[in-house]
Design a protein around this ligand. Structure first.
Ligand SMILES: [Zn+2]
Length: 271
């Protein structure tokens, strides 16, 4: 059986390279804006453009077969979201690196809210540029997210706090319920592997991880803090080769190494 592809999941999403013709199209539109074209009208007029439609498809593909929202991972994405809002930052409006894929709910939550710190760094997490697990913490007992605790500063990570405040969908009960279901499926698959352990079962485990790739939970349990949680920790301890194989698949799509100074808290249309 071929090894299934695992879409590592709010999860880190490796941005696809855009083909040259589409990059050229975006450059051309960006020039028009630089030369004074109204951004809102220009963006709206481009919605039906064939190149724009292909760019929208490419964004959807980046999130996997179900084209889920890059923020909440719960609903299907329906809108192109400008990470740097287009009205305030028209100079970034047709930049590929600035385009995300979001559901209507997250798009509404974000709107034009885009706080930056004193150095001009955005406080919202960009899931295509950084690993959300560097800023957020998942509690498997409640299936809720909190900002990561930073031991060095003795505070919650400010970008984690701000992201949870802006994208309030991440705290919706229905989204926590989705995480719960995904976690349980992953736990079941791991328990089944632990009680069988033949080669066939390794493939089944990989397949289950690929099928339950939502909410960044595979990377949480197999690459990050969740690797100390039962039953995942048993795979790590007893089957290091299998553990390594899972990690390799996840890293193929996903985040880099964990930051060292952080730990658990004490306790389709262009829009
Ligand atoms: Zn969403």
């Amino acid at each position: 059986m071929p090894t299934p592809a695992i879409d590592d999941d709010m999860r880190f999403l490796r941005r696809h390279e855009l083909e040259a013709a589409l990059s050229d199209y975006l450059d051309c539109m960006q020039r028009a804006v630089a030369e004074g074209a109204d951004i809102v009208a220009t963006w709206k007029a481009q919605r039906q453009n064939r190149s724009m439609k292909r760019i929208v498809e490419e964004l959807g593909r980046m999130t996997g077969a179900r084209e889920r929202c890059m923020f909440c991972e719960d609903s299907r994405g329906t809108d192109v979201e400008h990470f740097w809002p287009k009205k305030r930052y028209p100079e970034k409006s047709f930049r590929w690196m600035n385009l995300l894929w979001a559901c209507a709910g997250c798009n509404r939550c974000k709107g034009d809210r885009f706080p930056c710190d004193s150095s001009g760094k955005p406080q919202l997490i960009d899931p295509t540029a950084e690993d959300p697990w560097d800023f957020l913490f998942y509690d498997p007992e409640t299936d809720e997210l909190t900002a990561r605790w930073n031991q060095r500063t003795g505070k919650e990570d400010p970008r984690g706090v701000m992201t949870l405040e802006i994208i309030s969908t991440l705290r919706h009960q229905a989204v926590a319920e989705g995480r719960r279901r995904t976690r349980r499926n992953l736990e079941r698959a791991v328990r089944s592997f632990l009680s069988n352990k033949q080669e066939q079962i390794v493939e089944e485990l990989l397949e289950s991880i690929a099928d339950n790739d939502g909410y960044g939970l595979p990377s949480w349990f197999f690459l990050r803090d969740g690797s100390d949680e039962p039953p995942f920790v048993e795979v790590r301890r007893q089957y290091p080769a299998v553990w390594k194989r899972i990690g390799k698949h996840l890293r193929g799509h996903g985040p880099g190494p964990a930051r060292e100074d952080t730990t658990a808290p004490p306790s389709r249309r262009p829009g």
